[in-house]
Design a protein around this ligand. Sequence first.
Ligand code: ATP
Ligand code: MG
Length: 449
Amino acid sequence: MGQPSILVVDDEFAVQQALKAWFSKSGYETHTADSGEAALSKLEEVPFDVVFLDIMMPGLNGIETLEEIKKRYPSTIVVMMTAYASIESAVEAMKLGAGDYLVKPLDPDLLDPLVARLLKYRELLQENVLLRDQISRMIRFENLVGKSDAMQAVYTMIRDVAGSDASVLITGETGTGKELVAKAIHAVSPRCEAPFIPINCGAFPEHLLESELFGHEKGAFTGAAFARKGRLELCSGGTLFLDEIGEITPRMQVDLLRVLEDKRFFRVGGERPIEVDFRVVAATNRDLQKAIQDGTFRADLYYRLNVVSIQVPPLRQRTDDIPLLAQHFLDRFSRETNKNIDSISREAMELLCSQPWQGNVRELQNAIERAVVVCKKRQVDVADLAFLQCSAAMPSADQALEQVIREHIQRVLKAQGGNISKAAQVLAIHRSTLHKKLKEYGLEPEGKN
Ligand SMILES: Nc1ncnc2c1ncn2[C@@H]1O[C@H](COP(=O)(O)OP(=O)(O)OP(=O)(O)O)[C@@H](O)[C@H]1O
Ligand SMILES: [Mg+2]
């Protein structure tokens, strides 16, 4: 960028000349205009960084010109000047987005610092917008929230595969967000204008899944009073999401493989082949490799589906996403329930971060929903998450009692942020007993281990 440029707009020739001389001396590229109309046509030719604008002018007055400039060029800074200052016009000008409001006669020594300050301010604003944009791109992708390296890797994969028609197999434990990943792939792909059609393969018995997927002709089976399109047909041009693909029966595996290879199929009871253009994204929380070894899943279908694989990591392997997700769900549920809960206390957040989350993001989401229901203040506290503490980490059947006690004390202490009195209260033992136990088990009272 070259010199910042200034446009001086005043119907008085003397003012134009004085300001032009001053700003030129200060090194600004300076132009003049003698009316609002003239200013607008100058701005149409070249952009200016700052406009000094007189208010009282024949024709378009300064306030009207300001409004027009801000409408057309929102990032142009406009400074109003007038010999007839009034509170009303000052308020009006500020509301319309004026950068400042100066009273004539102007003190020339104040002009340079003013311009410098306004330019700096605009630069910061623009930088702020850029940074916000960058941050929001780092911590979320479509409807997925998460800033961990693991999730960044997932976002990158989604972007990489979106452009192609390659089949994608999404794996991951229950509740990790596989469906959201599938939707994100569709949303950033060239197919985004066409439908995204999900079908839960685990939700139907074989014959129903078949007619759901392929549709059926009238009279194809008892109860088939009308012909009906299947989801494959509805999907035309879009993305078919085969959820819980690990659940389909051997016969359906064969049928599906054929469709994927031929891109054509028959409705149940139909004789006319139907051609479809679709992309397949499948998901499972099963170990399909193992299912292949066990002989319950066809290897050829697996390779068809798994051209690209995306593994969605369990929540416990990306604990740095927990605060972000928790706040995201808190905002949502507090909005939905019209409650004014805006934050989560430090202790409560620590408790959330230390949970095993077997049910992953879905379980965290449910926990926050429950907490919002019981929370009576503006902040979610450990008390609102009491249900977590009792259900947390069930001891396994082969653990020594001493070890269970040790772990339980550790957990409670951590949940109470290392506060011995509070932990003793939760454990329903005396402080001194807790101290003794801590020593016995070699635990840190800070709750750091
Ligand atoms: N990264 C995330 N950001 C925001 N919400 C998420 C995220 N991951 C999951 N969720 C939410 O958690 C819930 C479970 O996600 P989803 O249904 O995609 O999981 P899934 O892996 O398909 O689970 P399942 O194997 O049980 O079908 C949904 O309500 C979803 O909106
Ligand atoms: Mg799912």
